[in-house]
Ligand binder design. Structure first.
Ligand SMILES: [Zn+2]
Length: 344
């Protein structure tokens, strides 16, 4: 962590912007849950009608964020129209206000197809079927029935939180180069945290708008989800961040949570070391056959509520899938419909 160099820019007040690097401005929206804020970005852009803005991410759909956007649009951002809203990924804290912000500004939403389709699926899924899939998935991984039954009855959380999603977008392809304000920005795909996460990289005055891929202080959740139960989300994430090693050592990283920093290579090392340690710990815990649910008390010291249990189960299953795929653990033949792993 000490190898990271903090950037001198200070987080802007709510509803204001702060210049952070040539052409890029920072907005920070407080939210009522950890990590307590999300960072959004405004890039100076220009189209046939003159100067305009391209925004990156829209924020969480709560009244505070809406008020902060209205203040910014009437204040620091006034004078240039917003033409585009680029979305890193479909989680509610980044994308939840996308449709609202597009309505306020007349801008179009640009995002990857994987994130768009996932948002559509989560939003439109009949809750009973989706929750049943998840509850059954967790039961197979050892979660006691009373806990999974509670999840079965939670309804469609994504739709309840997000409220509305766009029905049409401009798709961004992985690797596509976007021209923004006279600069080339490459859309870099990342896997493991969400289905087709995009970060945006400018090579000139090197800067990476990283979304959740390379956070300075926390390791993003890398869940295996019920709709692709064998997925090695940990392996996908580790491969994806390894891909960022080609970036210039000097690259300024603009994360969605936490403060801007330099030291991308040290951060990749630290995130890889964190997962290596977690994997090592899980291998040791599987000296006897264990389900994912068996491991929760050893891996998470505090009591988990139903929502945290979802995240924790997805995270542990992803690590088990990774260890199974790489041969460090052996997935036992299912017994009583329950999946267990053990050391080979
Ligand atoms: Zn996030």
């Amino acid at each position: 962590m000490s190898a990271l160099e903090a950037h001198p820019a200070v987080a802007p007040q709510s509803g204001r912007i702060a210049a952070v690097v040539r052409g890029v401005h920072w907005l920070r929206m407080p939210v009522a849950f950890a990590p307590w804020h999300v960072n959004l970005w405004a890039i100076e852009d220009e189209d046939a009608d003159g100067p305009c803005w391209t925004l990156v991410d829209a924020g969480f759909p709560d009244d505070g964020t809406r008020a902060n956007w209205l203040a910014a649009l009437a204040g620091d951002l006034a004078g240039r129209p917003v033409r585009r809203i680029l979305i890193t990924h479909c989680h509610p804290d980044h994308f939840g206000l996308g449709q609202w912000l597009a309505g306020q500004t007349g801008a179009r939403i640009w995002m990857s197809l994987g994130e768009f389709m996932t948002a559509q699926a989560w939003f439109g899924t009949v809750p009973a079927s989706d929750n049943a899939l998840m509850a059954d998935f967790f039961i197979r991984h050892g979660l006691p029935a009373e806990q999974s039954e509670a999840m079965r009855n939670e309804g469609n959380r994504y739709r309840r939180v997000v409220g509305e999603v766009p029905v049409a977008i401009r798709r961004i392809l992985p690797g596509e180069v976007l021209r923004i304000g006279g600069d080339d920005w490459t859309a870099v795909v990342g896997y493991g945290h969400s289905p087709e996460h995009l970060s945006f990289h400018r090579a000139d005055d090197p800067v990476l708008i990283a979304g959740d891929m390379l956070l300075p202080r926390i390791s993003p959740n890398t869940p295996t989800l019920a709709f692709e139960p064998e997925t090695d989300a940990v392996g996908h994430y580790l491969d994806s961040i390894e891909g960022f090693r080609t970036l210039d050592a000097d690259t300024l990283v603009l994360p969605a949570h936490g403060d801007p920093y330099r030291g991308v290579h040290a951060r990749i090392d630290a995130l890889q070391a964190h997962h290596a340690e977690r994997l090592e710990q899980i291998v040791a815990l599987c000296a006897q056959p264990r389900t994912a649910a068996d491991l929760l008390p050893s891996l998470f010291k505090r009591a988990l509520d139903s929502f945290q249990t979802r995240f924790a189960m997805g995270e542990v299953i992803a690590h088990l899938n990774h260890l199974g795929r790489t041969g460090r653990l052996h997935r036992l033949p299912e017994h009583g419909g329950v999946i267990r792993y053990t050391q080979p």
